[in-house]
Design a protein around this ligand. Structure first.
Ligand SMILES: *Cc1c(COP(=O)(O)O)cnc(C)c1O
Length: 219
């Protein structure tokens, strides 16, 4: 099956309240355009260099999501156009996004990335680290970022019950933060979880954004 057929099949499987971020890392413009031309506008990349090499050659109404680890010194390259930064994992990084938001005269939407996998290599916060960010005086002064929800990656495993419990943990963190920091705030609602191998489980556990690459681009 072709790329567009793969995308259509997955799109049909997914409930209307869940958005697909088509992850285009390692794929070229010619792989991306058919999905755009079909009417899809949400795409994601995990490397700054790579998103910068594609974004100018693609239509300006694409909503670009940054899903990879982000270094503070690279925020300025994304700030003019990024739709959502999924990978906030420190106060320092959030401060940098706010600073670049000011320079670009925009409010940049962000997700707090949590470490939910049992693997040690993945980036992300735990709940107490997230609380320290949201309690910080520096955070309270920020006017050019908006925390729109949470993001996480499950362990890369065939053990579905482990994956499910990790997604459930992320959903639980979302509920706790919503209750303690964002109650009455309509703009905190995103749960970004689920990739090609585990998006069905993620949706059952409450994902609002799924990030799918290989299931679309692998024939
Ligand atoms: C690559 C990547 C994905 C998509 O993974 P697939 O298995 O290709 O669907 C999702 N999230 C992040 C953070 C990624 O780096």
């Amino acid at each position: 099956m072709g790329i567009t057929e793969n995308f259509q099949r997955i799109d049909r499987e997914i409930p209307g309240n869940v958005k697909i971020i088509v992850v285009t890392k390692t794929r070229g413009i010619n792989d991306i355009l058919p999905i755009y031309n079909y009417g899809h506008k949400q795409f994601g990349e995990n490397k700054v260099q790579e998103i910068l090499s594609k974004q100018p050659s693609l239509p300006p109404d694409i909503e670009w999501h940054f899903i990879g680890h982000l270094q503070s010194n690279k925020v300025r390259y994304l700030a003019p156009f990024i739709h959502l930064v999924h990978s906030i994992d420190s106060l320092k990084l959030l401060m940098e996004v706010d600073k670049e938001g000011i320079k670009n005269n925009r409010i940049i939407r962000c997700l707090l990335q949590f470490h939910i996998a049992s693997e040690e290599t993945k980036f992300g916060l735990d709940l107490s680290e997230a609380r320290s960010i949201l309690d910080a005086e520096e955070y309270k002064k920020m006017n050019h970022i908006r925390i729109a929800g949470v993001m996480g990656m499950a362990t890369n495993t065939d053990d579905h019950s482990l994956i499910r419990s990790e997604f459930r943990t992320l959903r639980n963190y979302f509920n706790i933060l919503k209750n303690d920091y964002f109650s009455g705030n309509d703009e905190f609602y995103e749960i970004s979880m689920g990739m090609s191998s585990d998006f069905h489980i993620a949706i059952e556990e409450g994902a609002t954004l799924v990030r799918i690459g290989s299931a679309i681009f692998t024939p």
